[in-house]
Ligand binder design. Structure first.
Ligand SMILES: C[S@@+](CC[C@H](N)C(=O)[O-])C[C@H]1O[C@@H](n2cnc3c(N)ncnc32)[C@H](O)[C@@H]1O
Length: 227
């Protein structure tokens, strides 16, 4: 990523003005974790595809990077929800939501989703952390709880042999099993063709956008339309 790109990404970092608070009030690993996550994932390529109104729900939202960014962009009519199984991450995300713009909840997204007519669901680097059977279950539930014209935005890792794919696997191992920074059921990415096939079988109309340029990971964005 060129220097100008790095500076622009830093400008968009949702916790930029609160870094001192994080450094002083939270475990030392949090700020580097947020930085690595922000700079390694193309949040800025996901964001333009998020509808500007309606109910937007980030499933497996982590520390809320995407939702805090959206909160600064979207009009108040948009309802923002974030669920994650990790109570500490949800506690952190909530603590920085000063104007109570976002509903954060500690929740297992594999349990019933209890959502209806949702405008947009986001699954950013969550699906490949679930077993293949849980992936299918979750995608079907996403389809069921979306509104007719709703969209699921899926950011995934392309399981096609390349150095970026191997690097993503090594990084996932360190993040989950060595540093224990995230929870999940392993590393189970699918190839673009396989994931597209599964999404279409469920009923989605799928547009696939490569998002790996400038990143050392094989990022792919799947825009999955219900209608
Ligand atoms: C790689 S992180 C991505 C976090 C966030 N989507 C982001 O882009 O920063 C994967 C997240 O999925 C969450 N997760 C894994 N399994 C989950 C489950 N069954 N229910 C809810 N969240 C889950 C983890 O706790 C973790 O925060």
């Amino acid at each position: 990523m060129p220097l100008a790109g790095i500076c622009e990404k830093f400008r968009l970092f949702p916790f930029r003005s609160r870094m001192g608070t994080i450094a002083r009030g939270y475990p030392a690993k949090i700020l580097p974790h947020l930085f690595v996550r922000w700079f390694s994932c193309p949040f800025e390529l996901i964001e333009p595809h998020v509808p500007r109104q309606g109910v937007i729900c980030d499933l497996g939202c982590g520390h809320g990077l995407m939702l805090h960014r959206l909160a600064s962009l979207l009009p108040p009519e948009a309802t923002l929800l974030g669920f994650d199984i990790d109570k500490e991450k949800i506690g952190f995300a909530r603590a920085f939501d000063h104007d109570h713009r976002i509903w954060f909840e500690a929740r297992d997204i594999l349990a019933a989703l209890d959502l209806r007519d949702v405008t947009c669901l986001i699954l950013n680097d969550v699906l490949h952390m679930l077993s293949y059977s849980h992936q299918e279950l979750l995608l079907q539930r996403c389809f069921d709880c979306l509104a007719k014209e709703g969209v699921l935005i899926l950011k995934e890792i392309n399981a096609q042999a390349s150095w970026k794919y191997w690097w993503a696997g090594i990084q996932a191992y360190f993040v989950k099993d060595v540093f224990r920074l995230t929870r999940g059921e392993g590393f189970h990415p699918r190839s673009v063709g396989c994931l597209t096939g599964l999404l279409e079988k469920i009923g989605f109309k799928v547009d696939v956008l490569p998002a790996h340029q400038g990143y050392p990971y094989p990022h792919m964005i799947f825009l999955c339309h219900k209608g």
